[in-house]
Design a protein around this ligand. Structure first.
Ligand SMILES: *Cc1c(COP(=O)(O)O)cnc(C)c1O
Length: 222
């Protein structure tokens, strides 16, 4: 299916999910996850009116986005993948939103990069809501202490939370938990929901859904 058409379908599904939840569709931002797909795919999406994109690797994003940004000033880039501390400066230089802040060392590196560059991407803390050992994200039980440390020890403004529920689990309780923590902490951005579960995420209050394969097609296996 052409990208313009799959984008239109996803937008319709987002609007319908908002309608069912009694939410304003304008309150949900579609982050089009273009990882592994070439710049041509991003250009096709831009032509169809999509301006917010997500990438999970700094290197790949650095190769694709700066040239596109010059031609499309409204373009917004979210970095959504696990971030190595030594990539923090490049991430801060490149991203409008970093969704994967998940440990003290990374918070320190991002804080340094913000001070040095004068550039301040919005920051989301990624929570490993399933407490899966192999997965990025701060463990559930440490999330509130980590948020406090980001603010108080590192002087970072945190805008929201992000999660990726366990692949085999019902995502709903994970989404509900994340939304509750965001509300408790007064955090406006809640990034949750992917191709397979974004409607459930919207029902639970997602403000940002990260949709890749349902827009750009299947990715080669990693
Ligand atoms: C790849 C990715 C997505 C998009 O996944 P799809 O299932 O292709 O929609 C969303 N969030 C993160 C963090 C990802 O790495």
């Amino acid at each position: 299916m052409p990208i313009a058409e799959s984008l239109a379908r996803i937008r319709e599904r987002i609007a319908a999910a908002c309608h069912r939840a009694g939410r304003d569709p304008a309150a949900v931002t579609l982050v089009a996850v273009s990882k592994t797909h070439p710049a041509e795919a991003v250009i096709a999406a831009l032509a169809a009116g999509q301006t917010v994109f997500g990438e999970n690797r700094v290197q790949e994003a650095a190769g694709k986005f700066p040239a596109l940004r010059a031609a499309h000033p409204a373009l917004q880039l979210h970095l959504i993948g696990g971030l190595q501390t030594n990539k923090a400066a490049e991430a801060v230089a490149l991203a409008d939103v970093i969704e994967s802040l998940d440990r003290p060392k990374l918070a320190a590196a991002i804080a340094t990069a913000i001070t040095r560059s004068g550039r301040s991407p919005r920051l989301l803390v990624q929570v490993n809501t399933g407490d899966e050992p192999q997965k990025a994200g701060i463990p559930r039980a440490e999330a509130e202490a980590f948020l406090r440390a980001c603010r108080e020890d590192h002087g970072l403004a945190i805008s929201g939370l992000m999660c990726i529920p366990p692949a085999e689990a019902d995502p709903a309780p994970h989404f509900a938990w994340l939304a509750e923590l965001a509300s408790k902490q007064g955090l406006p951005m809640i990034s949750m929901g992917m191709s397979g579960d974004f409607e459930t995420a919207i029902a639970h209050g997602a403000t940002h859904v990260r949709v890749g394969s349902a827009i750009f097609g299947a990715r080669p296996p990693v």
